[in-house]
Design a binder for this molecule. Structure first.
Ligand SMILES: Cc1cc2nc3c(=O)[nH]c(=O)nc-3n(C[C@H](O)[C@H](O)[C@H](O)COP(=O)(O)O)c2cc1C
Length: 194
């Protein structure tokens, strides 16, 4: 099975990247194939607001480097969504990705909300990193982040890492945190599907 990781940090060797790397290592150890999508490094365009996806559910008219990965979300086994906290919220790169995910939300006929174009049975995990020491500090945007990605798309959350105090305790040297990430990565892989 395929595990995708959408990384909203511009820093290749930063905290979010180290934690995602550990999660993907865990997923591979459980038999998965993994792909990391570094949103900062691909040709990523924002949502055009064309609303074509309201008529063609599951299809985004915007064509760029993200297009194949939006499609891959429908066939993968699970996904990681990771971002640093910038200005009390997700990074701009992650917000652009989330706006594009609107194409994966199918409007209900009666206007009462949305269903998901992503088939059920998939797992997801969350990674966030922040300078602030209190890991409860950005609870609201992190709840929103989970809801707009895996949660809203009907995936089952298997774990999350909210790293605080990142400048004093960088993730890449925090063995306990890396181990936790590795264990969550293993949980992303459903035993019967590896
Ligand atoms: C533009 C910018 C805005 C930031 N805003 C916040 C913030 O609102 N709250 C916070 O705790 N840390 C903030 N930080 C610190 C980052 O969240 C922190 O350094 C994080 O570990 C970076 O993750 P990375 O190493 O994966 O890039 C900000 C950093 C930058 C560059």
């Amino acid at each position: 099975m395929q595990i995708l990781a959408f990384n909203g940090s511009p820093r290749k060797t930063g905290n979010t990247s180290a934690l995602i790397k550990a999660m993907l290592k865990g997923a591979r150890s459980a038999g998965a194939k993994t792909t990391e999508i570094r949103l900062h490094d691909i040709n990523l365009k924002g949502c055009m607001g064309c609303l074509t996806c309201r008529k063609r559910p599951g299809k985004c008219k915007q064509q760029d480097d993200l297009s194949p990965y939006l499609e891959a979300l429908k066939t993968c086994g699970g996904a990681i969504f990771g971002t640093p906290i910038y200005m009390y919220h997700v990074t701009g790169q992650m917000k652009m990705f989330i706006d594009r995910c609107y194409s994966l939300y199918v409007s209900k006929q009666d206007g009462s909300g949305y269903t998901s174009a992503v088939p059920p049975g998939k797992t997801f995990a969350l990674v966030t990193s922040q300078g602030h020491p209190d890991v409860e500090r950005f609870q609201k945007p992190i709840r929103w982040f989970a809801g707009m990605t895996g949660g809203g798309l009907g995936m089952e959350e298997v774990g999350r890492i909210i790293q605080g105090n990142s400048h004093l305790a960088p993730a890449k040297t925090d063995e306990a945190l890396l181990e936790k990430a590795y264990a969550i990565g293993r949980k992303l892989v459903k035993r019967d599907e590896a």
